[in-house]
Design a protein around this ligand. Structure first.
Ligand SMILES: NC(=O)c1ccc[n+]([C@@H]2O[C@H](COP(=O)([O-])OP(=O)(O)OC[C@H]3O[C@@H](n4cnc5c(N)ncnc54)[C@H](O)[C@@H]3O)[C@@H](O)[C@H]2O)c1
Length: 352
């Protein structure tokens, strides 16, 4: 049995063991979760996980100890000053919710310990760290998940079913939004830029529904969004993408608005079209059209639940719709678009 199989077996045992109390009730041993990062993403996961009857958040660490202490107090967990101290609390799995520039050493330490990891998007600022970690994940063989929650929407799954078997011809995507308030957001070397940090969710959906992209050309406006100190990111980017299937896509993105105007895709296939936004999904087949509401909260919850289930039961691993290996492909696409805009030329992508 490999080290990873031992770890998974250990986790399953820990998570599913039940003991009979003196009163005769069956008490389920909870899955022990640790959090690295105590900002907004971690708080949302904490609030979702707290509603699962079979999960305990055992510890929180953050380089800002005060932030770790606040979130730990909210979820009745222990403050851990370092990742090592978090590991000493014997978590069954860890959520990594740090900004793009902070990925790398954290995941390495967790993988060295053989722990399943849920990593928030994006996986890094460029390809270097995620490519390295993808190799580490493959050799560790642990359960991984990445926060591409749109994949978990029932409406998106329905759209995928309608599109199956119909050649997709054209996709138009747009992400028209504002600058995130986080101080690291406006710097390429901190966030990776808006395509990597924000639009990556659309790119993941695009891959999930239309397949792999083989060529990209992107143009940035070379003008940072106004009012953002030290920003060096493009405020606007337009791009074209060619899929392995022969389909083509356009993508229009900006972070110059105040508030989000739109984030979504329109997919045109033979005999059907699909429009997906954060609110809902319109599916048109011939003359008929149906509308399905998309509830982001339900998708966030489903993503967390799928990860916890995969830790507890090996057969539930198939429920993780975006693992690290899958997400690194989406990340490479985002990096290719960013690089194409920076270098002003079309780039071909490998799909193996
Ligand atoms: N999947 C989604 O829909 C979604 C939603 C929100 C955020 N996110 C992603 O989650 C990540 C975090 O976003 P956020 O909004 O929580 O940011 P944030 O700035 O609110 O919080 C990040 C936290 O990480 C901590 N941190 C930074 N470096 C660290 C390190 N080396 N070790 C430990 N802690 C460290 C910071 O002190 C901070 O408390 C971002 O990459 C963001 O894009 C994804």
């Amino acid at each position: 049995m490999s080290q990873q199989e031992v770890r998974v077996a250990g986790s399953v045992r820990a998570a599913t063991a039940a003991r009979v109390t003196e009163g005769g009730q069956v008490a389920v041993t909870r899955c022990r979760i640790g959090l690295v990062g105590a900002g907004r993403a971690a708080a949302r996961h904490a609030s979702t996980l707290a509603r699962f009857h079979d999960v305990s958040i055992v510890g929180v660490t953050d380089c800002d100890l005060a932030a770790a202490a606040r979130l730990a107090a909210d979820c009745d967990a222990t403050v851990a000053p370092t990742v090592g101290a978090l590991l000493a609390l014997r978590p069954d799995a860890v959520f990594v919710c740090v900004p793009p520039f902070a990925h790398g050493p954290i995941e390495e330490e967790l993988l060295d310990a053989g722990l399943p990891i849920f990593v928030e998007t994006p996986l890094g600022v460029d390809r270097e760290v995620p490519d390295l970690l993808a190799r580490r994940v493959a050799s560790a063989g642990v359960v991984t998940a990445v926060g591409h929650h749109w994949r978990y929407s029932a409406a998106v799954r329905r759209a995928g079913a309608v599109l199956a078997g119909r050649p997709i011809r054209l996709v138009t995507g747009s992400w028209l939004d504002s600058v995130d308030t986080a101080g690291w957001w406006g710097r390429r070397d901190r966030s990776g830029g808006p395509i990597v940090e924000q639009v990556v969710h659309l790119l993941d959906l695009l891959r999930a529904l239309a397949g792999e992209v083989v060529e990209v050309y992107a143009a940035g406006d070379g003008t940072p969004p106004p009012g953002v100190a030290d920003a060096d990111i493009d405020g606007v980017t337009a791009a074209t993408l060619r899929f392995a299937s022969g389909a083509v896509a356009t993508l229009a993105t900006t972070c110059r608005f105040t508030g989000r105007r739109r984030a979504g895709l329109e997919i045109f296939a033979d005999g059907a079209s699909v429009t997906i936004t954060e609110d809902g999904c319109e599916i048109r087949v011939g003359d008929r059209s149906e509308w399905h509401a998309v509830d982001a909260e339900t998708s966030y919850r489903a993503a967390d639940r799928a990860f916890v289930d995969a830790i507890r039961r090996p057969e539930a691993r198939v429920g993780v719709l975006a693992d690290y290996a899958q997400a690194v492909r989406t990340h490479r696409l985002a990096c290719a678009l960013t690089r194409s805009a920076a270098e002003g030329r079309a780039l071909r992508l490998r799909t193996d």
